[in-house]
Design a protein around this ligand. Structure first.
Ligand SMILES: C[S@@+](CC[C@H](N)C(=O)[O-])C[C@H]1O[C@@H](n2cnc3c(N)ncnc32)[C@H](O)[C@@H]1O
Length: 402
Protein backbone atom coordinates (compact mmCIF):
# COMPACT_ATOMS: atom_id res chain seq x y z
CA UNK A 1 0.00 0.00 0.00
CA UNK A 2 1.55 3.40 -0.95
CA UNK A 3 2.20 6.13 1.59
CA UNK A 4 -0.29 9.00 1.69
CA UNK A 5 0.09 12.43 3.33
CA UNK A 6 -1.46 12.81 6.77
CA UNK A 7 -1.24 15.42 9.51
CA UNK A 8 0.33 15.11 12.98
CA UNK A 9 -3.05 15.78 14.65
CA UNK A 10 -4.67 12.93 12.69
CA UNK A 11 -2.13 10.62 14.29
CA UNK A 12 -3.72 11.31 17.70
CA UNK A 13 -7.23 11.05 16.25
CA UNK A 14 -6.45 7.61 14.81
CA UNK A 15 -5.06 6.48 18.12
CA UNK A 16 -8.13 7.70 20.02
CA UNK A 17 -10.57 6.22 17.52
CA UNK A 18 -8.91 2.85 18.04
CA UNK A 19 -8.90 3.38 21.80
CA UNK A 20 -12.59 4.25 21.96
CA UNK A 21 -13.48 1.26 19.80
CA UNK A 22 -11.35 -1.04 22.02
CA UNK A 23 -9.31 -1.80 18.89
CA UNK A 24 -6.04 -0.36 20.19
CA UNK A 25 -3.26 -2.97 20.47
CA UNK A 26 -0.03 -1.00 20.96
CA UNK A 27 2.04 1.87 19.63
CA UNK A 28 5.75 2.48 19.25
CA UNK A 29 7.43 5.81 18.53
CA UNK A 30 10.99 5.44 17.25
CA UNK A 31 13.85 7.14 15.37
CA UNK A 32 14.30 10.32 17.38
CA UNK A 33 15.10 13.21 15.04
CA UNK A 34 18.33 14.07 16.76
CA UNK A 35 19.71 13.66 20.23
CA UNK A 36 19.54 17.46 20.68
CA UNK A 37 15.79 17.09 20.84
CA UNK A 38 15.96 15.10 24.02
CA UNK A 39 17.55 16.07 27.28
CA UNK A 40 21.35 15.84 26.94
CA UNK A 41 22.72 12.45 27.78
CA UNK A 42 19.26 10.90 27.93
CA UNK A 43 19.70 8.58 24.99
CA UNK A 44 15.93 8.15 24.56
CA UNK A 45 15.48 5.50 21.90
CA UNK A 46 11.79 4.92 21.70
CA UNK A 47 8.48 5.36 23.45
CA UNK A 48 6.03 2.49 23.71
CA UNK A 49 2.37 2.65 24.62
CA UNK A 50 -0.08 -0.07 25.63
CA UNK A 51 -3.40 -0.27 27.49
CA UNK A 52 -3.54 -1.36 31.13
CA UNK A 53 -6.52 -1.88 33.37
CA UNK A 54 -6.02 -0.29 36.77
CA UNK A 55 -8.48 0.41 39.53
CA UNK A 56 -8.85 3.98 38.16
CA UNK A 57 -10.00 2.50 34.84
CA UNK A 58 -8.32 1.70 31.56
CA UNK A 59 -5.18 3.76 31.15
CA UNK A 60 -2.46 4.34 28.56
CA UNK A 61 0.82 3.08 29.88
CA UNK A 62 3.80 4.90 28.30
CA UNK A 63 7.25 3.35 28.56
CA UNK A 64 10.21 5.63 27.76
CA UNK A 65 13.08 3.40 26.69
CA UNK A 66 16.54 4.89 27.25
CA UNK A 67 19.83 3.24 26.48
CA UNK A 68 20.22 2.09 30.08
CA UNK A 69 16.76 2.19 31.71
CA UNK A 70 13.01 2.31 31.16
CA UNK A 71 10.54 4.69 32.78
CA UNK A 72 6.85 3.79 32.88
CA UNK A 73 4.06 6.27 33.51
CA UNK A 74 0.30 5.68 33.25
CA UNK A 75 -2.04 8.34 31.93
CA UNK A 76 -5.74 8.81 31.23
CA UNK A 77 -6.12 8.05 27.53
CA UNK A 78 -6.61 11.66 26.35
CA UNK A 79 -3.60 12.89 28.33
CA UNK A 80 -1.48 9.97 27.15
CA UNK A 81 -2.52 10.49 23.54
CA UNK A 82 -1.70 14.19 23.77
CA UNK A 83 1.79 13.40 25.12
CA UNK A 84 2.33 10.85 22.34
CA UNK A 85 1.16 13.41 19.77
CA UNK A 86 3.65 15.97 21.12
CA UNK A 87 6.46 13.41 21.21
CA UNK A 88 5.74 12.47 17.60
CA UNK A 89 5.53 16.11 16.49
CA UNK A 90 8.75 17.16 18.26
CA UNK A 91 11.02 14.20 18.92
CA UNK A 92 10.31 10.99 17.04
CA UNK A 93 10.06 10.64 13.28
CA UNK A 94 8.35 7.24 13.12
CA UNK A 95 5.22 5.86 14.75
CA UNK A 96 3.76 2.39 14.36
CA UNK A 97 0.17 2.09 15.54
CA UNK A 98 -1.25 -1.44 15.78
CA UNK A 99 -5.02 -1.78 15.90
CA UNK A 100 -7.28 -4.76 15.36
CA UNK A 101 -8.70 -2.95 12.31
CA UNK A 102 -5.36 -2.23 10.61
CA UNK A 103 -1.82 -1.08 11.21
CA UNK A 104 -0.61 2.46 10.54
CA UNK A 105 3.01 3.40 9.96
CA UNK A 106 3.53 7.14 10.22
CA UNK A 107 6.68 8.92 9.09
CA UNK A 108 7.30 12.58 9.82
CA UNK A 109 9.46 14.41 7.34
CA UNK A 110 11.72 17.34 8.25
CA UNK A 111 9.19 19.70 6.63
CA UNK A 112 6.59 18.50 9.19
CA UNK A 113 4.58 16.60 6.57
CA UNK A 114 3.48 13.23 7.88
CA UNK A 115 3.11 10.24 5.57
CA UNK A 116 1.09 7.22 6.53
CA UNK A 117 1.09 3.66 5.25
CA UNK A 118 -1.85 1.46 6.15
CA UNK A 119 -1.59 -2.31 6.18
CA UNK A 120 -3.56 -5.34 7.31
CA UNK A 121 -3.65 -5.81 11.09
CA UNK A 122 -0.84 -7.89 12.55
CA UNK A 123 -3.12 -8.52 15.57
CA UNK A 124 -6.80 -9.20 15.02
CA UNK A 125 -7.56 -9.25 18.76
CA UNK A 126 -6.61 -6.66 21.36
CA UNK A 127 -4.26 -8.19 23.96
CA UNK A 128 -5.83 -9.36 27.18
CA UNK A 129 -5.38 -6.88 30.00
CA UNK A 130 -5.75 -8.50 33.41
CA UNK A 131 -9.50 -8.64 33.99
CA UNK A 132 -10.32 -8.72 30.25
CA UNK A 133 -10.22 -12.51 30.35
CA UNK A 134 -13.54 -12.48 32.11
CA UNK A 135 -15.91 -9.67 31.51
CA UNK A 136 -17.29 -8.80 34.94
CA UNK A 137 -19.51 -6.08 33.49
CA UNK A 138 -21.13 -8.52 31.09
CA UNK A 139 -21.48 -11.17 33.76
CA UNK A 140 -22.82 -8.69 36.29
CA UNK A 141 -25.32 -7.17 33.88
CA UNK A 142 -26.50 -10.53 32.56
CA UNK A 143 -27.22 -11.72 36.09
CA UNK A 144 -29.11 -8.57 37.14
CA UNK A 145 -32.82 -9.06 37.85
CA UNK A 146 -33.75 -6.18 35.52
CA UNK A 147 -32.09 -7.92 32.56
CA UNK A 148 -34.13 -11.01 33.33
CA UNK A 149 -37.38 -9.12 33.89
CA UNK A 150 -36.83 -7.20 30.65
CA UNK A 151 -36.49 -10.54 28.88
CA UNK A 152 -32.87 -10.13 27.82
CA UNK A 153 -31.38 -12.95 29.91
CA UNK A 154 -32.65 -16.16 31.47
CA UNK A 155 -32.22 -16.90 35.21
CA UNK A 156 -28.77 -18.48 34.58
CA UNK A 157 -27.58 -15.20 32.99
CA UNK A 158 -27.42 -16.55 29.43
CA UNK A 159 -29.12 -14.45 26.75
CA UNK A 160 -32.64 -15.48 25.80
CA UNK A 161 -33.12 -16.60 22.19
CA UNK A 162 -32.75 -13.62 19.89
CA UNK A 163 -31.42 -11.33 22.65
CA UNK A 164 -27.65 -12.00 22.46
CA UNK A 165 -27.17 -9.07 20.08
CA UNK A 166 -29.06 -6.66 22.34
CA UNK A 167 -27.09 -7.82 25.39
CA UNK A 168 -23.83 -7.33 23.50
CA UNK A 169 -24.85 -3.83 22.36
CA UNK A 170 -25.83 -2.76 25.86
CA UNK A 171 -22.65 -4.16 27.45
CA UNK A 172 -20.43 -2.48 24.83
CA UNK A 173 -22.34 0.80 25.08
CA UNK A 174 -21.91 0.85 28.86
CA UNK A 175 -18.26 -0.18 28.55
CA UNK A 176 -17.47 2.58 26.06
CA UNK A 177 -19.34 5.14 28.09
CA UNK A 178 -17.23 4.02 31.07
CA UNK A 179 -14.02 4.77 29.14
CA UNK A 180 -15.35 8.15 28.09
CA UNK A 181 -16.33 8.91 31.69
CA UNK A 182 -12.79 7.98 32.82
CA UNK A 183 -11.38 10.54 30.43
CA UNK A 184 -14.02 13.14 31.05
CA UNK A 185 -13.18 13.21 34.73
CA UNK A 186 -16.49 14.66 35.99
CA UNK A 187 -16.04 18.40 36.22
CA UNK A 188 -19.33 18.83 38.16
CA UNK A 189 -20.09 17.85 41.71
CA UNK A 190 -23.37 16.28 42.86
CA UNK A 191 -25.23 13.43 41.18
CA UNK A 192 -24.38 12.87 37.55
CA UNK A 193 -27.38 13.67 35.32
CA UNK A 194 -27.92 11.23 32.47
CA UNK A 195 -30.64 11.14 29.81
CA UNK A 196 -31.39 8.18 27.53
CA UNK A 197 -33.35 9.39 24.51
CA UNK A 198 -35.80 6.98 22.89
CA UNK A 199 -35.32 4.58 25.80
CA UNK A 200 -37.77 1.92 24.55
CA UNK A 201 -38.10 -0.86 27.14
CA UNK A 202 -35.11 0.60 28.97
CA UNK A 203 -32.42 -2.06 28.43
CA UNK A 204 -29.71 0.57 28.22
CA UNK A 205 -31.33 2.93 30.74
CA UNK A 206 -31.39 0.26 33.46
CA UNK A 207 -27.87 -0.85 32.53
CA UNK A 208 -26.51 2.71 32.84
CA UNK A 209 -28.14 3.20 36.25
CA UNK A 210 -26.63 -0.11 37.34
CA UNK A 211 -23.13 0.66 36.00
CA UNK A 212 -23.01 4.14 37.54
CA UNK A 213 -24.06 2.74 40.88
CA UNK A 214 -21.32 0.07 40.62
CA UNK A 215 -18.85 2.86 39.94
CA UNK A 216 -19.99 4.45 43.20
CA UNK A 217 -21.35 7.52 41.42
CA UNK A 218 -24.62 8.97 42.56
CA UNK A 219 -26.68 9.27 39.40
CA UNK A 220 -30.03 10.51 38.13
CA UNK A 221 -30.87 8.58 34.98
CA UNK A 222 -33.92 9.56 32.93
CA UNK A 223 -35.27 7.54 30.02
CA UNK A 224 -37.31 9.63 27.59
CA UNK A 225 -39.78 7.59 25.57
CA UNK A 226 -42.79 8.27 23.38
CA UNK A 227 -44.72 5.11 24.16
CA UNK A 228 -46.55 5.45 27.48
CA UNK A 229 -46.90 1.69 28.07
CA UNK A 230 -43.09 1.34 27.98
CA UNK A 231 -42.69 4.32 30.32
CA UNK A 232 -45.17 2.80 32.79
CA UNK A 233 -43.58 -0.64 32.72
CA UNK A 234 -40.09 0.88 33.10
CA UNK A 235 -41.12 2.95 36.11
CA UNK A 236 -42.91 -0.05 37.66
CA UNK A 237 -39.80 -2.20 37.34
CA UNK A 238 -37.47 0.53 38.67
CA UNK A 239 -39.74 0.92 41.74
CA UNK A 240 -39.99 -2.84 42.25
CA UNK A 241 -36.18 -3.12 42.22
CA UNK A 242 -35.68 -0.05 44.40
CA UNK A 243 -33.67 1.79 41.74
CA UNK A 244 -34.34 5.28 43.08
CA UNK A 245 -32.15 7.27 40.72
CA UNK A 246 -33.88 5.89 37.62
CA UNK A 247 -37.10 7.09 36.04
CA UNK A 248 -38.83 7.13 32.70
CA UNK A 249 -40.79 10.06 31.34
CA UNK A 250 -43.29 10.00 28.53
CA UNK A 251 -42.79 12.51 25.74
CA UNK A 252 -41.00 13.48 22.59
CA UNK A 253 -37.25 13.91 22.67
CA UNK A 254 -37.53 17.40 21.20
CA UNK A 255 -39.97 18.49 23.94
CA UNK A 256 -37.91 17.25 26.85
CA UNK A 257 -35.99 19.63 29.09
CA UNK A 258 -33.70 18.54 31.91
CA UNK A 259 -34.79 19.70 35.35
CA UNK A 260 -31.19 20.45 36.24
CA UNK A 261 -28.07 20.48 34.11
CA UNK A 262 -27.39 17.58 31.76
CA UNK A 263 -24.05 15.76 32.03
CA UNK A 264 -24.44 12.78 29.72
CA UNK A 265 -26.88 12.20 26.89
CA UNK A 266 -27.18 8.81 25.19
CA UNK A 267 -29.42 7.50 22.42
CA UNK A 268 -29.25 3.91 21.25
CA UNK A 269 -31.03 3.45 17.93
CA UNK A 270 -33.26 6.49 18.13
CA UNK A 271 -34.63 6.09 14.62
CA UNK A 272 -33.94 8.48 11.79
CA UNK A 273 -34.11 12.15 12.85
CA UNK A 274 -34.87 11.27 16.50
CA UNK A 275 -31.06 10.96 16.76
CA UNK A 276 -30.79 14.57 15.52
CA UNK A 277 -33.29 15.67 18.16
CA UNK A 278 -31.20 13.88 20.78
CA UNK A 279 -27.92 15.40 19.54
CA UNK A 280 -29.51 18.83 19.56
CA UNK A 281 -30.71 18.41 23.16
CA UNK A 282 -27.20 17.37 24.22
CA UNK A 283 -25.57 20.33 22.48
CA UNK A 284 -28.20 22.82 23.67
CA UNK A 285 -27.91 21.68 27.28
CA UNK A 286 -24.11 21.52 27.15
CA UNK A 287 -23.82 17.81 28.02
CA UNK A 288 -20.20 16.83 28.64
CA UNK A 289 -20.69 13.55 26.79
CA UNK A 290 -23.08 12.75 23.97
CA UNK A 291 -23.07 9.12 22.87
CA UNK A 292 -25.41 7.89 20.15
CA UNK A 293 -25.81 4.95 17.85
CA UNK A 294 -27.86 6.26 14.92
CA UNK A 295 -30.12 4.07 12.81
CA UNK A 296 -32.78 4.10 10.06
CA UNK A 297 -31.33 7.10 8.22
CA UNK A 298 -34.02 8.34 5.85
CA UNK A 299 -33.72 12.09 5.60
CA UNK A 300 -30.91 12.62 3.08
CA UNK A 301 -31.54 9.67 0.74
CA UNK A 302 -34.30 11.36 -1.32
CA UNK A 303 -32.44 14.70 -1.50
CA UNK A 304 -28.91 13.65 -2.21
CA UNK A 305 -27.48 14.66 -5.59
CA UNK A 306 -24.18 13.00 -6.20
CA UNK A 307 -21.29 15.12 -7.42
CA UNK A 308 -20.22 14.03 -10.89
CA UNK A 309 -17.10 12.32 -9.48
CA UNK A 310 -19.40 9.93 -7.61
CA UNK A 311 -21.71 9.17 -10.54
CA UNK A 312 -20.53 5.54 -10.37
CA UNK A 313 -22.47 5.16 -7.12
CA UNK A 314 -25.76 6.38 -8.54
CA UNK A 315 -26.79 3.20 -10.34
CA UNK A 316 -26.71 1.05 -7.20
CA UNK A 317 -29.55 1.63 -4.74
CA UNK A 318 -27.78 0.07 -1.78
CA UNK A 319 -24.61 2.08 -2.36
CA UNK A 320 -26.61 5.27 -2.69
CA UNK A 321 -28.35 4.43 0.58
CA UNK A 322 -25.04 3.84 2.33
CA UNK A 323 -23.62 7.02 0.83
CA UNK A 324 -26.55 8.93 2.32
CA UNK A 325 -26.00 7.27 5.71
CA UNK A 326 -22.30 8.10 5.70
CA UNK A 327 -23.01 11.67 4.73
CA UNK A 328 -25.69 12.03 7.44
CA UNK A 329 -23.37 10.83 10.19
CA UNK A 330 -20.39 12.78 8.86
CA UNK A 331 -22.46 15.98 8.91
CA UNK A 332 -23.69 15.19 12.43
CA UNK A 333 -20.09 14.63 13.57
CA UNK A 334 -19.04 17.88 11.95
CA UNK A 335 -21.91 19.78 13.60
CA UNK A 336 -20.80 18.42 16.97
CA UNK A 337 -17.29 19.73 16.23
CA UNK A 338 -18.66 23.10 15.17
CA UNK A 339 -20.45 23.32 18.52
CA UNK A 340 -17.45 22.62 20.72
CA UNK A 341 -17.22 18.82 20.81
CA UNK A 342 -14.51 16.40 19.76
CA UNK A 343 -16.34 13.84 17.68
CA UNK A 344 -15.67 10.12 17.40
CA UNK A 345 -17.21 7.72 14.91
CA UNK A 346 -16.52 4.00 15.13
CA UNK A 347 -18.12 0.55 15.14
CA UNK A 348 -19.02 -0.35 18.71
CA UNK A 349 -20.06 -3.95 18.14
CA UNK A 350 -19.01 -6.36 15.43
CA UNK A 351 -21.29 -6.27 12.35
CA UNK A 352 -22.43 -9.85 13.03
CA UNK A 353 -24.06 -8.67 16.29
CA UNK A 354 -25.88 -5.78 14.69
CA UNK A 355 -25.82 -3.97 11.37
CA UNK A 356 -26.73 -0.86 13.35
CA UNK A 357 -23.28 -0.78 14.87
CA UNK A 358 -22.02 2.73 14.31
CA UNK A 359 -21.32 4.89 17.32
CA UNK A 360 -21.23 8.65 17.06
CA UNK A 361 -19.91 10.30 20.20
CA UNK A 362 -19.08 13.84 21.21
CA UNK A 363 -16.86 14.87 24.11
CA UNK A 364 -17.18 18.51 25.10
CA UNK A 365 -13.84 20.18 24.45
CA UNK A 366 -12.29 22.14 27.24
CA UNK A 367 -9.79 23.88 24.99
CA UNK A 368 -8.33 23.95 21.49
CA UNK A 369 -9.92 22.47 18.39
CA UNK A 370 -9.76 23.37 14.73
CA UNK A 371 -10.64 26.87 13.66
CA UNK A 372 -14.46 27.33 13.54
CA UNK A 373 -14.40 28.92 10.08
CA UNK A 374 -12.54 25.89 8.67
CA UNK A 375 -15.02 23.47 10.23
CA UNK A 376 -17.94 25.48 8.92
CA UNK A 377 -16.35 25.94 5.50
CA UNK A 378 -15.95 22.18 5.02
CA UNK A 379 -19.51 21.61 6.23
CA UNK A 380 -20.83 24.09 3.63
CA UNK A 381 -18.71 22.53 0.90
CA UNK A 382 -20.16 19.07 1.55
CA UNK A 383 -23.66 20.53 1.83
CA UNK A 384 -23.39 22.20 -1.57
CA UNK A 385 -21.51 19.35 -3.27
CA UNK A 386 -24.38 16.95 -2.47
CA UNK A 387 -27.12 19.48 -3.23
CA UNK A 388 -28.72 19.16 0.19
CA UNK A 389 -31.81 21.08 1.16
CA UNK A 390 -32.40 20.10 4.76
CA UNK A 391 -30.95 18.10 7.63
CA UNK A 392 -32.66 18.10 10.97
CA UNK A 393 -29.71 18.77 13.27
CA UNK A 394 -28.37 21.51 10.99
CA UNK A 395 -31.84 23.11 10.95
CA UNK A 396 -32.25 22.88 14.74
CA UNK A 397 -28.84 24.51 15.21
CA UNK A 398 -29.76 27.27 12.76
CA UNK A 399 -26.95 26.31 10.33
CA UNK A 400 -29.36 26.00 7.41
CA UNK A 401 -32.79 27.56 6.87
CA UNK A 402 -35.89 25.64 7.91
C1 LIG B 1 -35.47 1.25 18.06
S1 LIG B 1 -36.10 1.67 19.61
C2 LIG B 1 -34.67 1.66 20.61
C3 LIG B 1 -35.00 1.52 22.08
C4 LIG B 1 -33.80 1.46 23.01
N1 LIG B 1 -33.01 2.64 22.96
C5 LIG B 1 -32.98 0.24 22.71
O1 LIG B 1 -31.99 0.34 22.02
O2 LIG B 1 -33.36 -0.83 23.15
C6 LIG B 1 -36.45 3.39 19.43
C7 LIG B 1 -37.34 3.93 20.53
O3 LIG B 1 -37.37 5.34 20.43
C8 LIG B 1 -38.70 5.79 20.62
N2 LIG B 1 -38.81 7.07 19.90
C9 LIG B 1 -38.71 7.27 18.57
N3 LIG B 1 -38.83 8.58 18.27
C10 LIG B 1 -38.98 9.22 19.46
C11 LIG B 1 -39.15 10.59 19.83
N4 LIG B 1 -39.15 11.55 18.91
N5 LIG B 1 -39.29 10.88 21.14
C12 LIG B 1 -39.26 9.91 22.08
N6 LIG B 1 -39.10 8.60 21.80
C13 LIG B 1 -38.97 8.26 20.51
C14 LIG B 1 -39.56 4.69 20.05
O4 LIG B 1 -40.86 4.69 20.62
C15 LIG B 1 -38.77 3.45 20.43
O5 LIG B 1 -39.18 2.94 21.67
Amino acid sequence: MPETPDSPSLFVARLLDAWDASAFVKLTLSSPESQEDVRPGDGLRNLKARAVDLKEGRMLSLVECYSNREVTRNHASRDGARLLGEAFAKVFTKAHLFTTGGDFQFRRERSGVVRVKVSRPAFTQAPERSHDRRNPLREGLAAEPFMQKLGVTAPGGQPRPGMAGKLRQVVRFVEILGHLLDDWGRPNSGPIQVADMGAGKGYLTFALAYALQKRGWEARVTGVELRSELVESGNRLAAELGMDGLRFVQGRIDDWKPEERLDVLVALHACNTATDDALFQGIRDGAGLIVTSPCCHQELRPQIRLPSQLAVVAGHGILLERQAEILTDALRARLLEMYGYDSRVFEFVEPEHSGKNLMLAGVLRREGGRRPELLKGEFREAWEAFGLETQRLAVLLGEVPR
